[in-house]
Design a protein around this ligand. Structure first.
Ligand SMILES: CCCCCCCC/C=C\CCCCCCCC(=O)SCCNC(=O)CCNC(=O)[C@H](O)C(C)(C)COP(=O)(O)OP(=O)(O)OC[C@H]1O[C@@H](n2cnc3c(N)ncnc32)[C@H](O)[C@@H]1OP(=O)(O)O
Length: 66
């Protein structure tokens, strides 16, 4: 489940562009997973977007709690 999501838009992406999206697991602490993500031009020369996210593992009962 997404607990936190931060996105920095560094340069515009022209309509119709093909981009490269890379995401990596930065670290894991128990049920917390910290993810890094970037969107670049396909040759990697231009950074469009970078993001960090925290995902927390949950049980089905967490969803049912509402
Ligand atoms: C680079 C460009 C990016 C774009 C790339 C293009 C690709 C595009 C594709 C995709 C786009 C992205 C798509 C994302 C879209 C997201 C939409 C959704 O995901 S909709 C769901 C929204 N999320 C909720 O509704 C959760 C609501 N919150 C909850 O249910 C709970 O708060 C939950 C599950 C998050 C945690 O609750 P607990 O009861 O299980 O656990 P507790 O004890 O509160 O927290 C566990 C640990 O996590 C930390 N924690 C929790 N929330 C935190 C937070 N916000 N910041 C920091 N730490 C947090 C706590 O401090 C705790 O840490 P300690 O174990 O003590 O070390």
């Amino acid at each position: 489940m997404t607990a936190n999501l931060n996105i920095n838009y560094r340069s515009p992406i022209p309509l119709g562009s093909t981009v490269l999206i890379e995401s990596t697991l930065d670290k894991e602490e128990g049920k917390k997973k910290f993810i890094l993500c970037s969107v670049t031009s396909t040759d990697g020369s231009r950074l469009h977007t970078e993001a960090t996210a925290l995902f927390v593992s949950i049980s089905v009962s967490h969803l049912l709690r509402g």
